[in-house]
Design a protein. Structure first.
Length: 247
């Protein structure tokens, strides 16, 4: 697979007459593991260097508000679209990369609760001593989900929200949260926790993560080459390995 990726990238980048560039990327964390596996292959094939800052959605927005400059942004499709509307992302530059649902996890070795249905999940949450969630898309969603399930008031005192850029897995592993919600890709391989499974189908939300060229980017062509590389068909297996669906 690596050979296929390198061949695809080489063919794509041979026409790049600008030479090696340093591509600055600002990204949220749902696609981080797959991205970290793909980028060294891209660097080897292209000669470009990629420097990436990973943080939560609120962290991305703060950095952009502070005027930090990057070439490429990677975050939820909704966020990229909103940034395009406000002129911070080049209109028409959005490329969908991967998608993920919301999952549930508990501490390593702890009994896995029943989340197989809406009713089962409701009972599990009402019985839980503490519930972790994020400031990102999954966190925004589960708060509304609790309301729709009719348990928001009953569990309000149990909720523990992680700061932007902090994985929910960290407070599950420490015991601060008995159970937690985040993107499946952010829970499945996190140390010190056990992934229970995705939300029941009736409650599931699929978030698409996308890339967009930041307005005023210095390395637009190289950034586009990076996007083409990580969205090439051969890259799909890497995303799947990390619990993401490509595209």
């Amino acid at each position: 697979m690596k050979t296929a990726l390198l061949i695809a990238a080489t063919a794509l980048l041979l026409s790049d007459a600008a030479g090696a560039a340093e591509i600055k990327v600002l990204s949220t964390q749902a696609t981080e593991e797959a991205y970290r596996e793909l980028v060294p292959q891209f660097e080897k094939a292209s000669g470009h260097k990629v420097t990436t800052v990973f943080t939560g959605t609120l962290g991305v927005m703060k950095r952009l508000s502070d005027g930090e400059a990057y070439d490429l942004l990677i975050m939820s499709r909704q966020s990229i679209d909103e940034l395009a509307q406000t002129g911070k992302v080049v209109p028409g530059s959005r490329t969908d990369i991967a998608k993920s649902g919301v999952g549930v996890a508990v501490g390593k070795g702890k009994p896995k609760p029943d989340i197989s249905s809406v009713d089962a999940l409701r009972k599990t949450l009402l019985a839980a001593k503490s519930i972790g969630y994020s400031t990102g898309p999954s966190g925004v969603y589960v708060v509304t989900m609790f309301q729709k399930m009719g348990i928001a008031d009953a569990i309000k005192s149990k909720l523990k929200q992680t700061p932007t850029g902090v994985f929910v897995g960290s407070i599950i592993a420490s015991g601060e949260a008995e159970i937690g919600f985040q993107q499946v890709s952010e829970l499945t391989h996190f140390p010190g926790i056990d992934y229970v499974g995705p939300l029941p189908a009736e409650l599931q939300l699929i978030t698409v993560f996308s890339a967009g060229i930041q307005a005023g980017a210095k390395e637009t062509d190289a950034a586009k080459a990076l996007v083409s590389f990580i969205t090439a068909p051969a890259a799909g297996a890497v995303f799947k390995k990390h619990a993401l669906d490509p595209g």
